[in-house]
Design a binder for this molecule. Structure first.
Ligand code: C5P
Length: 205
């Protein structure tokens, strides 16, 4: 059983994917971490994420995901979004994601193109979204909680820019698969969003 969870940044897709994996006893892969690891590597080597050669060199991260905390920053998210535009980078990360999806017992993967490219045969496809304003508010609260002061308007601008890049790229742009169930979490609490997702999966099984 493959469960594909796609959606834009701060939509709640990661939280939902993790909860589904725990509920159904499946392994979970946050595919954004792979792109973040590439972006981080490019930066570490003083490269330019928009340059194909530099981005490809960043793919050579020996399969290690580094430490998750250093990959989770807004800044690394922006770099990930820039390196992920290159089709060759997406290709370099394809096999690893595909192999994870094809584990005998099934898997939950979350990202941008799981239901459309990585595992189009997934039994359940969810597209998790929320308004830009609500996503910015959540990110702002999260940063506040970590003691990081940022202007809400700046976060909203960053999220809108990331959406535009992820949805506008030529290769594997972010969009809901035609057979995906859309869950809009704008007016949902964390628990309500998880409940809606579990119900959606159970209905499809
Ligand atoms: O989900 P997360 O915010 O960690 O992803 C960081 C960036 O990696 C996204 O903005 C997107 O550009 C890229 N990404 C992607 N395809 C995926 C997962 C992430 O292009 N499956």
């Amino acid at each position: 059983m493959i469960i594909a969870v796609d959606g834009p940044t701060a939509s709640g897709k990661g939280t939902i994917a993790k909860a589904l994996a725990a509920h159904f006893g499946l392994p979970h892969l946050d595919t954004g971490l792979l792109y973040r690891a590439v972006g981080w590597q490019v930066q570490d080597k003083g490269g330019n994420p928009d340059n194909l050669q530099d981005a490809m060199a960043g793919c050579d991260f020996a399969g290690s995901l580094l430490d998750e905390d250093s990959l989770r920053s807004e800044q690394v998210g922006g770099l990930a979004s820039r390196v992920s535009v290159h089709p060759a980078v997406r290709q370099a990360l394809y096999e690893r994601q595909r192999a994870f999806a094809l584990q005998p017992g099934g898997a939950v993967l979350d990202g941008r193109d799981i239901g459309t490219v990585i595992a189009p045969e997934a039994v359940v496809k969810l597209y998790v979204t929320a308004s830009v304003q609500e996503r910015a508010r959540r990110r702002w609260l999260e940063l506040q909680g970590r003691g990081i002061e940022t202007a809400l308007a700046a976060i909203e601008r960053d999220i809108a820019a990331r959406d535009a890049r992820d949805m506008g790229r030529a290769d594997a742009p972010l969009h809901a698969a035609s057979d995906a169930l859309v869950i809009d979490t704008t007016h949902f609490s964390r628990d309500q969003a998880i409940e809606a997702a579990i119900e959606a999966v159970e209905e499809r099984l």
